[in-house]
Write a protein that binds this ligand. Sequence first.
Ligand code: RB5
Length: 148
Amino acid sequence: MIAIGSDHAAFGFKEEIKAYLIAKNCEIHDFGTFGPERVDYCDLGFRVGEAVARGECEKGLVFCGTGVGISISANKVRGIRAVVCSEPYSAKLSREHNDTNILALGSRVVGIELAKMIIDVWLNTEFEAGRHTTRIEKIACYEQQSEK
Ligand code: RB5
């Protein structure tokens, strides 16, 4: 199950990506927003982040105008490693090396076809583990300690 969410700036973009993924038989949980009315990107970033952190959804896709605000918000949820990308190379490496569990894209930054390519690469790339695991664990450890 893939969690998906966007603010108003990326609402149409989210709808196009959702249709694209459904056509590829992906299971989607859409957390909104559900119309063009203004909303705060952070609320959607938290919602998708929490669904992924709780294990209800395996991965998350979040969109806002730049991808920046919604990725910062998702990254505030414990256990989330969100990356904002505008090209496939970083998307691929973010899975292989950083085990990212949320991908953020900016609807005002990337065109829809490039977005689909980035998403395909990100969804289909596995974490390499090995030496990268220690670094992920270090981040998780820091996250836990800084919450005390
Ligand atoms: C909304 O205008 C815009 O600020 C938002 O979509 C996003 O780009 C924030 O990072």
